[in-house]
Design a protein around this ligand. Structure first.
Ligand SMILES: [Zn+2]
Length: 423
């Protein structure tokens, strides 16, 4: 399909060209609405990377002299490609065992998600299956899903625990994520979501459960360096605002970063997210004007999960209003065995855009640098000097084709940390 390579092994300095377009995402605001005419698009572009870092991006003509001077290896593409930053999926539950196709069938019969959860389906079913699985089984199934995600252009992916719901099985999940990460090209960012819901053993004793997590689990997670992020599901079937706040503040004292499953079915939790300076408030389908304004005036990222709306048949979150009010909106898949089994970030981003009338600039921002902000990582999500060489080449000459194709146009070449992968 392309390429002249002088050597196949690791190359220190690479000059890769020509790209029909390079969508850099440079110079765009971290928050608020964006217009497509704000996007920097370099035609007949080229990129210079050194090891895993972007040295420079510009037109082929402008970069050629520098590439020669630096004796870069030339990587020449022989068909049309658009270059974008690697995609960032800032909210997933990729580590799990068991299928929830049964829940899906019940939902199709008209039963609401929360009713299925109350009957012992929902998250607790995944908990049962995940507790039965070995760490190796969890790691292997996670690796399979993460490889698929990587092949679809996701170069950084958050993965939550939350189907163990006791010290032993939460640790098992976090170890599975840590070990999978060591074997994969994609970067997995783990989050401890032991406060996903109340396990059977603690029914009616949610406060005691959170205290147990605080005293017994979090210190080990920290000591073993299994995650630096804590998540909690604030909702009727899970934890209330008051107990969540106490748990979060304890976690913060230990040094954990915070993210919250907020406003999925009822509002208010996103206000807590802002109050505790969480990195992100995720879901927001039920956010009202009040939550939207508070989020927009904060540094907390509003992470939207269209895949969960598709899975549950509920309204899309108020993306347009969030952006118009000035919020930082990230878009993620929420890939999980229950409400969001699809896990296709490009398809879901395109669909969210259709329903909420987001511009391509806003959509691309949501799955690149604004997603990076939700993960508190500041050197991914843009094609610019000093950023990681996490790059995607799509077989087209017009970047607009990518979201237009609603997920069917995938990258054919991926550079992860500067290392080339042909998909
Ligand atoms: Zn989730």
């Amino acid at each position: 399909m392309f390429i002249h390579f002088k050597q196949k092994n690791y190359i220190a300095m690479q000059f890769i060209f020509p790209f029909s377009q390079i969508l850099t995402m440079r110079g765009l605001a971290l928050k608020g609405a964006l217009k497509d005419n704000q996007l920097e698009i370099i035609t007949n572009g080229a990129i210079l990377i050194h090891n895993n870092i972007i040295i420079e991006v510009d037109t082929y003509e402008k970069l050629l002299p520098k590439a020669k001077k630096l004796s870069a290896e030339f990587v020449i593409l022989e068909q049309d490609f658009v270059l974008t930053a690697g995609l960032i999926d800032s909210h997933t539950h990729l580590c799990y065992a068991g299928s929830r196709a049964g829940d899906f069938a019940k939902r199709l019969e008209g039963k609401p998600y929360l009713d299925i959860a109350k009957e012992g389906g929902g998250i607790l079913y995944s908990v049962e299956k995940t507790r039965e699985a070995t760490e190796l089984e969890l790691k292997n199934s996670l690796i399979n899903r993460a490889k698929r995600h990587f092949n679809e252009g996701i170069t950084t992916c958050e993965v939550k625990s939350g189907y163990g719901l006791n010290v032993k099985d939460e640790l098992k999940m976090l170890y599975a994520i840590q070990k999978a990460n060591q074997e994969l090209s994609i970067d997995l960012i783990s989050t401890c979501l032991a406060a996903h819901t109340i396990p059977k053993e603690f029914l009616g004793k949610s406060n005691e459960y959170l205290e147990m997590l605080s005293n017994e689990l979090l210190p080990i997670v920290q000591k073993e360096n299994l995650s630096k992020r804590i998540d909690i599901f604030v909702e009727d079937t899970a934890f209330n605002i008051k107990e969540a706040k106490k748990y979060i503040q304890y976690a913060q004292k230990l040094g954990f970063e915070i993210t919250i499953h907020a406003d999925q079915f009822h509002p208010e939790a996103s206000i807590l997210a802002v109050e505790v300076k969480a990195l992100s408030a995720d879901h927001l389908e039920a956010s009202t004007e009040k939550e939207i304004k508070i989020l927009a005036n904060s540094d907390t990222v509003a992470t939207l999960l269209p895949g969960a709306c598709l899975g549950l048949g509920i309204m899309m979150p108020p993306a347009r209003k969030l952006l118009d009010n000035g919020a930082c909106v990230a878009i993620a898949t929420d890939w999980n065995p229950g409400s969001a089994p699809m896990g296709d970030l490009l398809a879901q981003t395109s669909i969210l855009g259709t329903y909420q009338k987001l511009t391509m600039a806003e959509l691309w921002a949501g799955i690149t640098f604004r997603g990076a902000k939700a993960l508190n990582i500041n050197d991914i999500g843009k094609i610019q000097m000093g950023f990681k060489a996490d790059l995607l080449a799509f077989p087209t000459n017009d970047f607009r084709e990518i979201l237009y194709a609603q997920g069917k146009l995938k990258p054919e070449i991926i550079w992860k940390n500067g290392v080339l992968h042909i998909i």
